[in-house]
Design a protein around this ligand. Sequence first.
Ligand SMILES: Cc1ncc(COP(=O)(O)O)c(C=O)c1O
Length: 383
Amino acid sequence: MSAGELPQIPFTDLRLEQADLDAVAEVLRSGWLTMGPRTAAFEEAFAAHLGVQHAVALNSCTAALHLAYLAAGVGPGDEVIVPAFTFAATASAVLYCGGTPVFADIVGPEDPGVDPADVAAKVTERTKAVACVHFAGYPAAAGVLADLCADLGLALIEDTAHAPSATLEGRKLGTIGLAGCFSFFSNKILAIGEGGLLATDDDEVAALARSRRSHGMTSGTWDRHSGRTDTYDVVGLGFNYRIDEPRSALALSRLERLEEDIETRRGLVREYRARLGDLDGLIVPYRDQDVADSSCYVMPVMLEDPARRDAFRSHLSEKHGVQTSIFYPAIHEFTAYHGRYPAEGLDRTERAARAEVTLPLYPHMTADEQERVIVACREALVA
Ligand SMILES: Cc1ncc(COP(=O)(O)O)c(C=O)c1O
């Protein structure tokens, strides 16, 4: 069979259950679609799941990052140290506040989390906050960064887009810094289409996020509909960062199976690691013992020779029907960022950005599909 006739294996895939569809249909039938009781129920459940005081549901993780940086006091003239090896939103949300992103390097190909030593070296008197990204679902050095930030009076913001329910020394990621920012975008673990959430133990941060997500208004449409108040004031510059009820209902329904989904992902990642971990020419980031703490969002591998990446990816897709992705091109090398913001000494990021290939991973991946991916990788390395 040629690759054209093989069923394609996507790098990510989403399958909803009947219970999810029922939950959304029930909301649609209720006739109340904007933020209301389903959102409150989801926030309560997510906060309990994390063991955190406040969960503020939003329409994206990008919105959560924006509000988190605002809550940290980031404004014009301030710097925020962010990893260069992440999705653009970690940095663009700093720019929304008028701040300057200062890019930091990763530890290395085995640990693509931000390097605390490079973060420490890049702190200046203008630094206001530090962002870490729990890449692929594995904890960044958030404990070390939290201590550094506490010593210097900086805020630590955790970009937890990849890592719902993942842990660092028993603590859920997204609960270590001032705020944790989650994504429920289509290809994420708790996918609902578009959605996000800001988690925090800080009452003031939560109050700011709740107010700013809905135009800085002192009450919402649901409050007025349910007779709690019939007027409102606008007390700050706000945005429309609201989630809606169908998405909250979907999130609430999917949250019930989150741990089960993640456990299935871990099983698949363990198999990948066992079969790909010792191949010449391939680096599999992180260690076997890290899998239990990770939410296993994606399966990154790094080619030892970045010049072979295109051929490797083409071999997988053209000969085996296996789709891959790249997590991530380096932000400071994008047209909109290049040469405009501090980006010194990012060699490890630049190499990883050229070497990384993201392999297929989703909870309902079959053993046959995974076998096809593994065989394809082994073949591509010697092709
Ligand atoms: C690391 C990281 N941060 C932030 C985001 C932005 O998330 P959203 O699409 O929910 O705004 C993403 C999503 O791709 C991401 O991967």
